[in-house]
Design a protein around this ligand. Structure first.
Ligand SMILES: [Zn+2]
Length: 260
């Protein structure tokens, strides 16, 4: 039997590990999507065990109204949970899970600002940012072991993985996304919320609220999402095209009216 030359195997491994982000950036993605999904589901279970959910209230109906308008643009069935937690934070996970802390509503004060955060978080998932981060730290053959490690988030590997998935706050591990990933999530997220009919101009106000809420104890969201004035200028630069998307959406009858 002929042996496959090692360099061919390596080339294959590298080629199969490459992906392209929604903005056209080439990415190194080692983990199979199915495994990222499993990890997302496990991480969501961990959070549900720790934090009480807010269900059947006008607040959870409001958050669901905003999130569903956005997920409708993405497709698939997403689970949206409001957590009773005073810290201003939100997240989305592979496996179509969205979590919004009740405390976020003090900073994101209307449906368009909330849509900005949810759109941004979903964009991190659509752009496979946690896969990129896990791929930088772990080898692919550890894949299944990683899912097991996550089922015990108190361990070192479990905590690290919660951090890489962007949900480490509960476990005291905050891992900011890279600037490149943040800029990408801002851009893709803004397009997403605008396509759902929300007002993209509110995104700039949201980031100003976030900065103002800073002070001694900045919102958790800011700790994992470094705030730069470049973010606001980046958003301002793409605002006209996002506003065009919103006009088109509204002409199609997409006029979300979610009441806090
Ligand atoms: Zn982000």
């Amino acid at each position: 039997m002929l042996k496959t030359p090692v360099f061919l195997l390596i080339t294959f491994a590298i080629l199969s590990a490459c992906g392209t982000s929604p903005t056209g950036r080439s990415q190194f993605l080692l983990m199979p999507e199915s495994q990222m999904t499993q990890m997302g589901l496990q991480a969501f279970e961990n959070i549900k065990k720790e934090t009480p959910a807010d269900t059947g209230t006008s607040r959870s109906r409001y958050v669901n109204c905003v999130a569903q308008a956005i997920t409708r643009e993405v497709g698939g069935r997403w689970e949206i949970v409001v957590f009773k937690d005073d810290s201003a934070n939100a997240f989305a996970l592979p496996g179509r899970k969205i979590g919004v802390n009740s405390g976020l509503l003090k900073v994101a004060v209307n449906q368009d600002q909330l849509a900005t955060v949810i759109g941004h978080e979903i964009a991190h998932v659509l752009a496979h940012h946690s896969n990129e981060r896990v791929s930088q730290q772990f080898a692919v053959e550890q894949g299944l072991g990683l899912v097991n490690a996550l089922s015990n988030p108190q361990t070192g590997t479990g905590r690290t993985l919660m951090g890489l998935l962007g949900v480490g706050a509960q476990y005291g591990i905050l891992m900011p996304y890279s600037r490149v990933q943040e800029a990408e999530a801002d851009r893709v997220g803004l397009q997403l919320m605008a396509r759902a009919g929300f007002d993209p101009a509110e995104s700039v106000k949201l980031w100003r609220n976030m900065s103002a809420a800073g002070g001694a104890q900045p919102p958790e969201f800011l700790s994992t999402h470094p705030s730069h004035s470049t973010r606001i200028s980046g958003l301002t630069a793409i605002l006209p095209s996002a506003q065009q998307l919103q006009r088109t959406a509204q002409q199609q009858g997409k006029r979300p009216a979610c009441k806090p």
